[in-house]
Design a binder for this molecule. Structure first.
Ligand SMILES: Cc1cc2nc3c(=O)[nH]c(=O)nc-3n(C[C@H](O)[C@H](O)[C@H](O)COP(=O)(O)OP(=O)(O)OC[C@H]3O[C@@H](n4cnc5c(N)ncnc54)[C@H](O)[C@@H]3O)c2cc1C
Length: 281
């Protein structure tokens, strides 16, 4: 298995800026991104130097084609968690393990509010990662709330290992296995004591033994436990180093101002810091 010099989580302005700068320093990087980022929602961006009046999606297209010209093609999907493994990291990406010597977290901000009961029952029946926790729920009745494009794939995996799966989403994904029960809607709450016993789908409460909430964005300290945060943003120094050696962060994930220019410059600094770190090692 290839061990990359750096795994970049997020293919927005911060992640792509980090990627092209690592490339220029001769380092190997994989860009792992759940599309589309928040920039695509901007009708017009007027404050980025040299590109006045561009739409958000036009801007991200330009960033992507610049990266592609250098041979950098982001892999689409969701990083579910990152595990330090001595002098490298293992990243669970779409259920596959990838290895990297360093990590740059450029995953923007997780805007979703947790539903009632979610935070309290996390690790006690609530999970964000099917491939990490699925085996604990073999033979059990579980609910998967699919909010990311890869969620059906993860639900299929849970069904394949013997979970009895109910899948809730706005629309039924075509790839969802036939044996999986589908309910259109949203999950409003999860409850139980001391572990998950029920979930509320729309107005209806039903018994479940596990609830997988699969959003594209995951809170940074859930992605990488032990990461220091302040008011929900990753704490970094001027070199974009986090409190975990070998882990850097850039862009909205480090806090205000939430702006493209700041994301791009932090991506650059994180890449240079990673290159120095690798060269020193
Ligand atoms: C409506 C709107 C208008 C805006 N207007 C402006 C403007 O005019 N000027 C300006 O400067 N800024 C503007 N912004 C802000 C700008 O979009 C952000 O500051 C910028 O996109 C931040 O870049 P980023 O790379 O840090 O994060 P993002 O652009 O959010 O990119 C992060 C990427 O990481 C992905 N990701 C997250 N978690 C994971 C995971 N676990 N695995 C894999 N991928 C993951 C996300 O899906 C996303 O693609 C606007 C934002 C919005 C929403």
């Amino acid at each position: 298995m290839e061990r990359f010099d750096c795994a970049i989580i997020g293919s927005g302005p911060a992640g792509l800026s980090a990627a092209i700068n690592l490339h220029q320093r001769g380092k190997t990087a994989c860009v792992l991104g759940a599309a589309p980022g928040f920039l695509s929602k901007a009708e017009q961006v007027d404050n980025y130097l040299g590109l006045p009046g561009v739409t958000g999606s036009g801007m991200i297209d330009q960033f992507l084609s610049h990266a592609k010209e250098m041979g950098i093609v982001p892999l689409e999907g969701r990083a579910a968690n990152i595990l330090p493994a001595g002098d490298y990291f293992m990243i669970n990406f779409n259920g596959e393990i990838m290895e990297s010597k360093t990590v740059i977290l450029a995953c923007g901000i997780a805007r979703a509010k947790p539903i009632p009961g979610e935070a309290e029952l996390l690790g006690r029946g609530v999970s964000y990662c099917a491939t990490c926790d699925g085996m604990l729920y073999r033979g059990k009745k579980i609910l998967v709330w699919g909010l990311s494009p890869e969620a059906a794939h993860e639900a299929n995996f849970l069904a394949s290992i013997g979970c009895s799966v109910t899948f809730v989403a706005a629309k039924q994904p075509p790839e969802l296995k036939e044996e999986i029960r589908f309910i259109p809607g949203t999950v409003k709450a999860v409850g139980g004591e001391p572990v998950v016993k029920w979930a509320q789908i729309g107005a209806v409460q039903e018994e479940f033994e596990g609830v997988f909430i699969l959003r594209s964005a995951i809170a940074p300290d859930t992605l990488l436990p032990g990461l220091a945060l302040e008011n929900g943003s990753i704490v970094v120094n001027r070199s974009m180093e986090t409190n975990i050696p070998g882990v850097y962060a850039a862009g909205d994930v480090t806090g205000a101002p939430l702006q493209v220019a700041k994301a791009v410059s932090e991506g650059l600094i994180a890449a240079l810091s990673v290159a120095d770190y690798l060269d020193r090692k």
